[in-house]
Ligand binder design. Structure first.
Ligand SMILES: NC(=O)c1ccc[n+]([C@@H]2O[C@H](COP(=O)([O-])OP(=O)(O)OC[C@H]3O[C@@H](n4cnc5c(N)ncnc54)[C@H](O)[C@@H]3O)[C@@H](O)[C@H]2O)c1
Length: 271
């Protein structure tokens, strides 16, 4: 028996990176997966963050199906609440319900002090990394509640919401917002045995690292070295490390864990 046998897990930002890894790990644990990513549904312009393509999303679907689990995909921009409602409704129609949600879609940006940070970059960051998480929760909560069997949310935050990053204030502010939202939801949904936790990964080598490299003009290897130097453990964290935390938080193994901030940061927040 897997940790998530016959559960339905709804994952945003599932086209690539950590979201794809979470999808595959949850499928290995026996879950069917609903995958949301932006594809051709929108464009992130300020900052010019290159997002996952329709092909990326299709590839994640194929990787889930290779685990003998069902997968459905939706091209939706998490800034568009109505399209998330449509994706959640269609997930229930196609997979029978929603038990678990991983609000993972997000972007990063280059490093700027607040006096140089363009208003549009602040706005886009809050729209995607905070409002998008709220919309994901609001669109799915009615379905998780309707199951009547409890459920679990993982809201993907960051170590940036434990220690806060200067020169990335909009990212840190959005991720602190996610951390607060997770605790508020844990309170509201606790009586129905729906758990809600935030996940705080340290820096992980994904397309987000590439984005930070091209947006800031810093070579990727320099960034990866900076990540290692900032940690107690001097090796780069991998997507499987955050996926292990997601699978555990969603599973019955964590049945009394709610309102918790799970940090997977190789000790960065303690250095
Ligand atoms: N990589 C890191 O160092 C790191 C560290 C801590 C937390 N995180 C968080 O983990 C999550 C996943 O990031 P990742 O590292 O896999 O990077 P990534 O860029 O590979 O994945 C982010 C995904 O979100 C999608 N996305 C972005 N904007 C969207 C929108 N408006 N609508 C729908 N989908 C959208 C992208 O297309 C992409 O598939 C993010 O929330 C990120 O902030 C990342």
């Amino acid at each position: 028996m897997g940790l998530l046998e016959n559960k339905v897990v709804f994952i945003t930002g599932g086209g690539r990176g950590q979201g794809r890894s979470h999808a595959i790990r949850c499928a290995k644990e026996g879950a069917d997966i609903a995958l949301v990513d932006i594809g051709t549904a929108g464009k992130v312009e300020a900052p010019a963050y290159i997002t996952a393509t329709s092909e990326d999303l299709a590839e994640t679907k194929a990787l889930v199906e290779a685990e003998d689990r069902r997968a459905v995909t939706f091209e939706a921009d998490v800034r568009d609440y109505d399209s998330l409602v449509a994706a959640a409704d269609a997930t229930v129609a196609e997979l029978g319900g929603i038990d678990c949600v991983v609000a993972n879609a997000g972007i990063s940006d280059t490093f700027l002090p607040i006096w140089d940070l363009p208003i549009e970059n602040w706005q886009t960051m809050i729209d995607i990394n905070l409002n998008g998480v709220f919309y994901t929760c609001k669109a799915t909560v009615p379905h998780v509640r309707a199951r009547g069997e409890g459920g679990a949310y993982v809201l993907v935050s960051s170590v940036a919401a434990i220690k806060s990053y200067g020169w990335l204030s909009h990212y840190s502010a959005a991720k602190f917002g996610v951390r607060g939202l997770a605790i508020a939801m844990a309170k509201e949904l606790g009586p129905e045995y729906i758990r809600c936790n935030s996940l705080h990964p340290g820096a992980i080598n994904t397309d987000m690292t590439d984005a930070m490299s091209y947006l800031s003009g810093t070579p990727k290897e320099t960034l990866l070295q900076q990540f290692r130097d900032a940690q107690l453990l001097g090796r780069n964290i991998e997507v499987r490390d955050s996926s292990a935390a997601v699978a555990w938080l969603l599973s019955d193994e964590a049945r009394f864990v709610t309102g918790h901030e799970l940090i997977v940061d190789a000790g960065e927040s303690k250095k």
